[in-house]
Design a protein around this ligand. Structure first.
Ligand SMILES: [Zn+2]
Length: 285
């Protein structure tokens, strides 16, 4: 019963397979424009699935994608989903100084707002790249008029995460709300349960069991994130990437769509703004 009552947030990080941080050494930003886009058709497919299941979602979109696919962005908004920013060209916040971070996020927000005509209130840093080294990013996000960020993952992981950071929605001193990716607390450790990678790795029943445990333990909304390329088993294989990156990226892609459908059917889903009552938060800009 619990699982049907709590409204959870469905989120999609709208980027193509070649934007993924793990492939940045294999495909440079200069090469991106020469590659055929797959993100548009894959996101269209997600819009279809969401529509069939009457699910509203938050789409954290790269400015780079919005520039090339304005119609897709308009469709996202017309269909009642929430539009949010994933930065411009997938540079991690930890790789930028204050000025370049400002420019990256300003550019992304401006493109999204120009194309859609709606105000963008949410931000997700590429690869959850906010940690102790760059907490100044929150001040910049406030200056740019963001109401919330969902950019932290309180787990131990080789690529991201700060295990001792807060696990739930909290107001920061800078005047912005942070909503960490959900974790399951077991034996005094946080394990990741929020994302497409783990979801592709485990059988569906196991992921469901973990989400149900989260609801039972925490009585909080759960949020799920994944990417359009995760339902695209026919995407070109990136040459030269490490075995670990390849396993993480290509594992069980062909089963993902069916699993997503089950997830859509088994829980109540809505946008970040709705699940976490963010429309009641005031923007400072
Ligand atoms: Zn991303």
């Amino acid at each position: 019963m619990q699982s049907k009552i709590i409204k959870n947030a469905m989120t999609v990080d709208v980027e193509d397979y070649f934007h993924v941080s793990a492939f940045e050494k294999n495909i440079t930003r200069e090469q991106w424009s020469s590659l055929p886009l797959r993100v548009e058709q894959n996101t269209e497919r997600l819009l279809e699935l969401f529509s069939q299941h009457q699910v509203k979602s938050t789409f954290f979109v790269l400015g780079w994608v919005a520039e090339r696919c304005p119609t897709l962005i308009q469709k996202i908004v017309e269909q009642g989903h929430e539009l949010a920013s994933h930065g411009y060209d997938h540079q991690r916040a930890t790789q930028m100084d204050e000025q370049s971070f400002y420019q990256d996020v300003y550019k992304s927000k401006s493109i999204l707002e120009d194309v859609s005509g709606v105000q963008v209130k949410g931000y997700r840093a590429p690869s959850f790249s906010i940690n102790e080294s760059n907490e100044w990013v929150y001040q910049v996000l406030v200056e740019l008029g963001f109401v919330y960020s969902s950019s932290t993952y309180p787990i131990s992981h080789d690529l991201y995460g700060v295990p001792h950071w807060p696990r739930f929605k909290h107001q920061r001193d800078e005047g912005i709300v942070e909503i960490p990716v959900p974790t399951l607390r077991k034996q005094q450790q946080n394990t990741g349960i929020g994302g497409g990678g783990y979801f592709r790795l485990y059988p569906y029943w196991f992921s469901k069991k973990r989400i149900d445990s989260f609801h039972q333990q925490e009585h909080q909304p759960y949020s799920f994130y994944f990417h359009p390329w995760e339902i695209d088993p026919l995407q070109p294989k990136v040459q030269g990437a490490s075995i670990k990156s390849k396993i993480r990226h290509y594992l069980n892609l062909s089963r993902m769509e069916d699993k997503i459908v089950r997830l859509l059917e088994d829980y109540q889903w809505t946008t970040m703004a709705d699940a976490y009552l963010l429309n009641e938060q005031k923007s400072s800009a």
